[in-house]
Design a binder for this molecule. Structure first.
Ligand SMILES: [Zn+2]
Length: 643
């Protein structure tokens, strides 16, 4: 499989630096070692210079492959298409004849391609012998042997070129991941449109293009795009602690984070958020002054907030803005006095600012143009009013607002619930959450069963019984019964459940309308680890100590041969629980299982959600195999603990 035209597609690299970018989410690393992408080796045809270049390239690529920005790019490219920095476009994904998950659902295909992009296989990079920019052969999706590719003269031409932004490493990383998709069975039909369109099954369809619609291009271009975008937004991508790469916090975001190399470490992600309670010391008149190292002096911080009831009602249309006089961010009520003893959840460093203009605003509606949301009905939007953000001036808008998806323009919008005109030159801070982290964000619809007068009760394993849960709610007209709720609202924990309640003018608000809907985005810190679980192991240390309050997700892929007698099993095993002598008799034979020193063995399979442990315990993984070392292959598992 060759890659003609790929160079031209991504050569336009934007280079630049945004002053005052707020750095958030510094991860911690642990010393235990496991592999993502297995071992990397180089052909005898690679000079030391090329080996060094490719080693750096693959390290960048690994950090991208585990990043949120990459997941979002791939998901949006597959579902609706996505634009890249410096021009270029990938998607929508349209499967090519013969692909490994041909004809299956979007969710299945998205999960499968993310698994392939994070394969634990060893990889051999040869520096010569390739066609186009590089080439390889078409492989099988579930292979566990060494993957390989051959670069062409392209590598000679670029490896010692001066770095421009993240190029040429960004393009080289895109090439590696493009070829890996071929090694996992994904094709683009041929290396020219005339033959590819027929081979992939789209003869006569002028809207299909092999460099736009197929998985190898889509995925490789997302790897390149995240690196190019990070260099453009964050400056030097090497300006993190050793071994970490500075990447955008989400696709198209204005903020950056340091991402640990997943080959060697637990990747930690921390939400930069805090609870602010109004006191006599920080509050006067309509204003309460926030204080946080990522806010103080940072006029360009990305700020979102949510009113949390702690004894005092609000309902005065609060907004957040930066006070240049004091160098502090404030939350200000638009229609009343800021009460003492009320609380706000404040999040920093996630999302983008939308400003209303005559071009994007008409009547009571303003239309959002965001690469991750355009054309994608399924995203979760969190919106906070920040009237002066990204501007030296701005208009107030003292009205309850919500979001809705306009199927005519295929764009998300923000609208005033009471139909009042949306002012020109006001601002909203918007965070877009895509499907991959579903469960941490979802739509809540008000029903007779969950409503009590002016309140509606939420239900989620991340919220129920958790007094310290942090979340945002944003009214979404599209999700429920197309119902308006002209009241403002707050959130409240009653000791058991979280509620959204209407409030107005310092007291309770009107009845919560049945059919009204809210996008809920739950903020969790997260530690994440990829481990390879070979047939021969009696326990692979994940490096993660699970705690009593964690919510844990394990996702696994890969194949192994458990013994000389046949049967290649995925992490779900054979589906038969044979009992003795298997280590966990109640679990499927040869499936992936977990191991805790205090709580014992537990079944995992391909996907498992579970609550934390009875005490803090280190998690290790193994196969449910009673005779170890007489087979081959391995499972690959992604472990995530949300806390
Ligand atoms: Zn290709």
């Amino acid at each position: 499989m060759r890659m003609n035209g790929f160079a031209a597609f991504l050569m336009a690299v934007s280079v630049g630096c945004v002053d005052g970018v707020v750095d958030v989410d510094e991860p911690v690393t642990s010393a235990t070692s496991q592999d993502l992408l297995g071992g990397v080796s180089f052909g005898g045809d690679c000079t030391p210079g090329k080996t060094g270049f490719l080693d750096t390239t693959v390290r960048y690529g690994r950090a991208v492959a585990v990043s949120r920005a990459f997941e979002q790019c791939v998901e949006q490219a597959m579902f609706a298409g996505v634009s890249h920095p410096g021009g270029g476009w990938s998607g929508r994904y349209r499967q090519c004849n013969g692909e490994p998950f041909f004809g299956q659902s979007f969710e299945v295909q998205l999960g499968a391609v993310l698994d392939a992009a994070r394969s634990g296989n060893d990889i051999l990079l040869n520096c010569t012998g390739g066609g186009g920019n590089a080439s390889t052969s078409l492989g099988a999706y579930d292979r566990t042997d060494t993957e390989s590719l051959n670069f062409s003269g392209w590598l000679d031409a670029v490896y010692n070129q001066p770095r421009a932004g993240a190029w040429p490493n960004s393009q080289a990383a895109g090439i590696v991941w493009h070829e890996m998709m071929h090694q996992h069975g994904y094709s683009h039909g041929a290396n020219d449109q005339a033959n590819a369109i027929t081979a992939c099954g789209y003869a006569g369809d002028a809207t299909w293009n092999f460099q736009v619609n197929t998985m190898p291009y889509l995925l490789g271009n997302c790897v390149s795009a995240v690196l190019d975008q990070s260099a453009s937004t964050c400056g030097n991508i090497d300006s993190c602690p050793a071994g970490q790469t500075k990447l955008v916090t989400s696709y198209g975001a204005a903020t950056c984070e340091c991402v640990a190399d997943p080959k060697d470490s637990v990747v930690a992600r921390t939400q930069s958020s805090f609870m602010h309670t109004t006191t006599a010391a920080n509050t006067g008149g309509s204003l309460t002054t926030l204080s946080h190292p990522l806010l103080d002096g940072h006029s360009d911080a990305i700020v979102q907030f949510q009113h949390v009831y702690s004894g005092t009602y609000l309902g005065y249309h609060p907004v957040a803005w930066y006070n240049y006089g004091t160098g502090r961010w404030v939350i200000q009520t638009q229609t009343g006095v800021m009460p003492l003893g009320t609380a706000f959840l404040v999040r920093i460093g996630r999302g983008v600012v939308h400003r209303t203009t005559t071009a994007n605003t008409a009547g009571y509606i303003t239309t959002i143009d965001q690469p991750l949301a355009n054309g994608n009905w399924g995203v979760t939007l969190t919106v906070s009013p920040t009237p002066y953000a990204g501007s030296s001036s701005g208009m107030l808008d003292p009205h309850a607002f919500g979001t809705y998806y306009d199927p005519g323009t295929n764009r998300w919008t923000i609208f005033n619930q009471d139909g009042a005109a949306m002012p020109i030159n006001t601002g909203f801070t918007i965070d877009v959450e895509t499907a991959h982290n579903r469960g941490l964000h979802y739509a809540h619809v008000v029903t007779a069963a969950n409503r009590s007068s002016y309140m509606t009760r939420l239900s989620s394993p991340f919220l129920d019984g958790k007094s310290n849960a942090r979340f945002f709610a944003t009214p979404n007209w599209t999700r429920g019964g197309n119902v308006y709720n002209t009241n403002e609202f707050g959130v409240w924990f009653d000791g058991t459940s979280w509620w959204i309640y209407n409030e107005a003018n310092g007291t309770v608000g009107a009845a919560m309308p049945i059919g009204a809907a809210f996008d809920i985005e739950i903020l969790k810190d997260e530690v994440q680890r990829w481990v390879r679980v070979p047939e021969s192991t009696s326990g692979v240390d994940t490096g993660i100590d699970l705690t009593t309050t964690d919510r844990v997700h394990v996702h696994a892929a890969g194949k192994l041969v458990p013994d000389p007698f046949g049967g290649i099993d995925g992490p779900e095993g054979t589906g038969i629980a044979s009992g003795w002598p298997f280590p966990l008799g109640s679990a499927s034979d040869f499936s992936l299982i977990g191991q805790l020193p205090g709580d014992g063995l537990f079944a995992i399979g391909r996907d498992l959600w579970r609550n934390g442990t009875s005490s803090t315990q280190r998690l290790s993984l193994r196969t449910n195999d009673w005779w170890l070392g007489n087979g081959s292959g391995f499972y690959e598992a992604e472990v995530r603990a949300f806390r």
